[in-house]
Design a binder for this molecule. Structure first.
Ligand SMILES: NC(=O)C1=CN([C@@H]2O[C@H](COP(=O)(O)OP(=O)(O)OC[C@H]3O[C@@H](n4cnc5c(N)ncnc54)[C@H](O)[C@@H]3O)[C@@H](O)[C@H]2O)C=CC1
Ligand SMILES: O=C(CO)COP(=O)(O)O
Length: 338
């Protein structure tokens, strides 16, 4: 039987633990707080996913060593900006040969590193063991066992196939890939685009505006990803278009909801206080913009989100700025390969 360590007991960590248990594994979760560990051991993570009944094969502890002991697979599910500190604290507890799954969708502030780069650098994990799981996977829907699919990306296809087999259930369908960079760029950038879509919604704009932001957001994401070496088709897949649609359109998305609040006139501090959960795009917009600048990639929507979130630009000024940009052809650069 496969033993899995899930490090982080929030929304996605908990729902993903449920997937792995339903796929036949025993799961040990690491939670920072004793009360959450106690709740999980009683069969329900009340704070994050009250509707998900957790099977007995999921146990929780506040001791990272105990969570990681003898794990065949380690799953990392903490907020992106905390990954480095977390790994510095307990990364050495991860077994030296287990695949490490990253569920995180963000880019590190300051370093502009993707999560796989932080895992390699701080956790000492080789590329062949780092696996990205990314797709349209809103945790509350997965917790209800509603059907969804996701990309399982690893530089080593055999590891991707091994992990895919370990996460496949009747309601969760993995597709393997080797494009780690593409999956990570998609996952992080769609959160920023969802903030922009949420702002538009909060200001009262309708579906034409939202579809325009989503589509041009996809163009930005593709430009950035390709500059970093990603495969263009990744952006049309589950991690790209799939997750962009789910996150930008769903009221369950924290990033979308955060954007709606900004669009209605709340400040970042007010929206943060009201939402309380992780909206990764609020921080990652800044690191993604820096990444774009470093690679000379234009990211106009990301730039406007940064202007609002970091610099306090009134949301009402975003639309006019984007609409006044120089006119250009829709298709830029080389055509997509077959
Ligand atoms: N919730 C969702 O539907 C999905 C989330 N993700 C990604 O998964 C990652 C984790 O997200 P969630 O589980 O939703 O977040 P969350 O906010 O629900 O939970 C985060 C967990 O990390 C723990 N944690 C550890 N160190 C922490 C620190 N220093 N500060 C704050 N919390 C700390 C928290 O205690 C909590 O258990 C994010 O990168 C997110 O983008 C990806 C797909 C779906
Ligand atoms: O990544 C997600 C869905 O795939 C979850 O999005 P939020 O973090 O915005 O809730």
């Amino acid at each position: 039987m496969t033993h899995v360590a899930v490090m982080g007991a929030g929304n996605w960590g908990t729902a993903f633990a449920g997937i792995m248990a339903d796929a036949g594994a025993t799961v040990r979760m690491w939670s920072r707080r004793q009360e959450i560990a106690d709740q999980i051991n009683e069969g329900c993570n009340l704070e994050y996913l009250p509707d998900l009944r957790l099977p007995d094969m999921i146990r929780a502890t506040t001791d990272p060593e105990q969570a990681c002991a003898d794990a065949d697979i380690v799953v990392l599910a903490v907020p992106s900006q905390t990954l480095r500190t977390n790994l510095e604290t307990w990364g050495s507890a991860m077994p030296a040969d287990a695949p490490v799954i990253s569920l995180m969708k963000g880019v590190e502030l300051g370093t502009t590193k993707r999560m796989s780069e932080v895992i390699a650098e701080v956790g000492g994990v080789e590329q062949e063991r780092i696996v990205i799981v990314s797709g349209p996977n809103l945790a509350p829907e997965i917790a209800l066992h509603q059907p969804a699919a996701s990309v399982v990306a690893c530089a080593d296809m055999a590891t991707a196939e091994h992990v895919a087999a370990a996460v496949a259930t009747r309601y969760f369908r993995p597709y393997t890939d080797t494009d780690v960079v593409g999956a990570e760029v998609c996952g992080a950038t769609k959160n920023v685009i969802a903030l922009a879509v949420g702002m538009a919604e909060g200001m009262g704009f309708g579906d034409n505006t939202k579809a325009t932001i989503i589509t041009r957001g996809l163009a930005e994401t593709t430009r950035l990803g390709m500059a970093l070496g990603a495969h263009p088709q990744t952006f049309l897949g589950l991690a790209g278009v799939g997750d962009l649609i789910a996150t930008c359109m769903s009221p369950l998305s924290r990033n979308h909801s955060f954007g709606v609040r900004l669009g209605r006139g709340m400040t970042v501090d007010e929206a943060t206080a009201q939402l309380r959960q992780t909206a990764e795009g609020v921080k990652s917009c800044q690191s993604i913009l820096a990444l774009g600048e470093h690679h000379e990639v234009e990211l106009p929507i990301v730039e406007q989100v940064v202007a609002v979130v970091r610099d306090g630009l009134p949301v009402t000024e975003v639309g006019p700025k984007l609409m006044a940009r120089d006119l250009k052809a829709e298709k830029q650069g080389t055509p997509l390969p077959n």
